[in-house]
Design a protein around this ligand. Sequence first.
Ligand code: GLU
Length: 490
Amino acid sequence: MSEVRVRFAPSPTGFLHIGGARTALFNWLYARSHGGKFFLRIEDTDRSRSTDEAIFAIIDGLSWLGIDWDQWERGQSDPVRQTERFEIYRKKVFELLDRGLAYRCYCTAEALETRRKEALSQGKVPRYDGRCKDLANSIIGKDHAIRFAAASSGAIIVDDMVKGRVTFEADVMDDLIILRSDGTPTYNFCVVVDDVDMRITHVIRGDDHLNNTPRQIGLYKAFGYAIPEFGHVSMILGSDKTRLSKRHGATAIQQYRDEGYLPEAMINYLVRLGWSHKDQEIFSVKELIDTFSMGHVGTSPAMFNPEKLLWINAHYIKTGDPRRIAELLFSHLQRAGVDIAKIDLNAVEQVVTALRERSRTLGEMAESAAYFFMDEIVLDEKAQAVLLEPATLPTLKYVLEVLASVEFEHDLLAEALKAVCVKLGQKLSQVAQPIRVAVTGKTVSPGIFDVLIILGKEKSLARLSRQIERMDGGQGHVATRPFVPTGGGN
Ligand code: GLU
């Protein structure tokens, strides 16, 4: 088999969407699993809708996902932009014209519109009637478009890698405009010229392009190019079975990055939108390259399920290298209000280890970790309620006194708090909760010993005494005042 050459050809009109990223991923995996080439081609011929910002978003999103592309060997800029190739398209149009495979069309837009309406009113499918085909191509000096002379009989059969056999009757095909009267080449024409020049062997794309395929096949044939294999992948649907859109939540890849999804989780999730391998759910990229095949891409539309994405992300957070996750957490901590200039990677890594079992995204992790790094903690509502309980103040005072003379190591802290429990006649949970509230501002956190150790002795004691002072109405440094326990024990 000759070298596999595939491409991802987004139109840069918005952000990199879930669907586009999946198309890119399937192409990339197909290339990488066959030792082939994967190209990125920016289809920006529609200048009114294409933006540089969108091109940047595509490149940024793919790079974040780890989807790399190959340099097109003809030395074109990388990625290839169609707007840089207009002269090439025009040359190809005139080549077809010289070979009698295209013709000039002098019909005005108004005339075409009138005929279209006429056909519709007669219940016919509007299509160009070919009236300019037999005019001499040599007529000049008048506005004209150039049309491709499509075959008018026979059928075009596509053995699609996903859909199976699809048959298109030639008589439904129009003579496609390939060059507009303003001199700009049209979409289907540019796609084929590029696919031919890039020697594309497999076209894997969304099935919204299925109807373009017979038109494009006519053009590949005109160029004498071996028709690529096609794989038209079904759309992605939202939970209400309509096409995935913003109504169903975030659809832009970058938004997931910003919320704290890991790229490996995203890749794993995206590939399962349509592809399966036995009943396996978790795949490393290497496993994907080893097992991916277009034969296992399903024919029915995939359903986007945000809960499953969260589940996969939680898996990768739990099992990933804590140091790397710590590095990724910095930007999320910053967003959660932490001054990241003041914190060090080791401390963040400790926090990751303490929180990774309970965080589904890095955003969530940062929210529940911010208190480790803030100068001032903010008490949430439930935490405030704990502080109002009568036992809290005396407990905190006693804890502060005891902890002041303890080294902050797991066993020593456990021993010290056990002694506090005995003395106060309380359970560990009753003692731990006021401490947790005073040092984190929340009623939920990792184990209290872990929290105290990560915070360190100095910070922990400072937070405890600040809280006591507040509750006590600011009467001096409470740690030095005598304390008489209120209940039980001895
Ligand atoms: N530019 C098209 C799109 O963004 C893709 C065309 C193709 O893959 O052939 O949907």
